[in-house]
Ligand binder design. Structure first.
Ligand code: ADP
Length: 401
């Protein structure tokens, strides 16, 4: 990458940021959190790896961005890349124009927690840096190559045609980066059939054929699929009517329970949504923690086995995300549920791989197994730069003709 790109991921009360330049070791990154409250602050890493901690009481998104950019004044970015969770049916990253901003707004009912926060961030950076090109990189875009038989629900057709009810998939930048990097390391650059398991606080799986997503575990929203930190993943959809009829719960209470009180947290009886805590508790004999881990690994293996149906051939599997990159224990437990495809884990090699280390962990026969640390910020920066370059070229062609 020849320029530096500021990557921004705006949540409702936080902003994750990274200034991505050519060398990964030069990356400046951090988090502005608790925005709008007395405890608002910026925590991060500045040049040379030095820690940064700054109190910004009652700062909103705009104030936090202004403070951040003030700190980065010597490293003025050439473009800004915004992570946007839902891009509707957008198939690629887009230069932010009034039309694209409107499209993000239109996709709000599909990502009510995420898209409004992204729009606040976009609005602030547009006002603060009107001269900088800005790009939206959508989590959903990578999955737009899914065939209809993978993205349609078995529901009345008008819900799809008139109300866009279909499967979209998320974590697209991570699945795209990891499958590209992994298949490159495996010597089959973007060719063949690969499965990815992105396992963080939010988790999803994906099937990729010749570099394109052909199916994924998340759906209309990031709730569908495998077990996550606080999200249930797949449940019988009748749970809504069951809870409404039997416990008198309304739709908001049910939604909150499924998104915020379930997953590892729910299974462990509110012990934790953090896999490290659960592994420790399980080692000390906590049965709820042990079961939560078992359900997580079993449902993950089941999802990977199901997604193999989307691939004409299975070349291998990539683990990524906080859990996938760090936990040899979870990788081993998951692979124990997948003996049917010829997968053979190299236990010793598996035990050596920790965060930031990429490497192969199979025995050399059957489908390959790799750990590939994800780099969503790097991927967003790369796509941003490509969009800006392309726009510049089109502009100069127009002025030339
Ligand atoms: P996010 O989805 O918020 O980006 P991460 O990808 O950082 O989250 O993943 C967070 C998860 O990774 C947490 O459940 C955390 O416990 C887990 N994790 C991090 N390190 C380890 C480890 N050494 N062993 C097991 N789990 C780990």
């Amino acid at each position: 990458m020849s320029t530096s790109v500021l990557v921004i991921n705006c949540g409702s009360s936080s902003i994750k940021y990274a200034l991505v330049s050519e060398r990964r070791e030069d990356r400046i990154y951090g988090l502005a959190e608790n925005l709008g409250s007395a405890d608002a602050r910026i925590k991060g890493i500045t040049v040379g790896g030095a820690p940064l901690e700054l109190s910004i009481p009652y700062a909103d998104h705009e104030k936090a961005l202004e403070t951040l950019l003030g700190r980065l004044a010597n490293y003025k970015p050439q473009a800004i890349g915004h992570r946007v969770v839902h891009g509707g049916t957008s198939t690629k990253a887009e230069l932010l124009t009034p039309e694209i901003i409107e499209k993000i707004r239109e996709a709000t009912p599909l990502a009510p927690l995420h898209n409004p926060a992204h729009l606040v961030g976009i609005d602030a950076t547009m006002r603060l840096f009107p001269e900088l090109p800005q790009v939206a990189v959508f989590d959903t875009a990578f999955h737009q190559t899914m065939p209809a038989h993978a993205y349609r629900y078995a529901l009345p057709k008008f819900l799809y045609t008139e109300h866009n009810v279909r499967r979209y998939g998320f974590h697209g930048t991570s699945h795209a980066y990891v499958s590209e990097r992994g298949s490159e390391l495996a010597g089959s650059f973007k060719q063949g059939g690969w499965l990815t398991a992105h396992l963080g606080n939010g988790s999803s799986t994906c099937a990729i054929w010749n570099g394109e997503s052909v199916d994924t575990s998340m759906g209309l929203t990031p709730l569908e699929g495998i077990v996550m930190g606080t999200r249930s993943g797949d449940v019988d959809p009748s749970i809504h009517s069951f809870l409404a009829s039997n416990l008198g719960w309304d739709i908001f209470k049910i939604d909150k329970m499924l998104n915020k009180e379930s997953g590892l947290l729910g299974l462990s009886d509110n012990l934790s949504n953090d896999m490290r805590t659960l592994i420790e508790a399980s080692e000390q004999g906590n049965e709820d923690a042990t079961l939560a881990i078992e359900v997580f690994c079993y449902r993950l293996a089941k999802s990977l086995a199901a997604l193999s149906c989307a691939l004409p051939r299975l070349d291998g599997l990539f683990f990524t995300g906080g859990i996938g990159e760090n936990s040899a224990y979870i990788r081993e437990k998951t692979m124990a549920y997948l003996p049917h495809f010829g997968f053979k884990l190299n236990i010793e090699q598996n035990n050596t791989l920790k965060r930031g280390t990429e490497g192969r962990i199979d025995q050399g026969t059957g489908p390959q197994i790799w750990v590939i640390p994800t780099d969503e910020e790097g991927r967003i920066a790369k796509e941003t730069e490509q969009v800006v370059e392309h726009a510049k070229k089109s502009e100069s062609m127009v002025s030339f003709t």
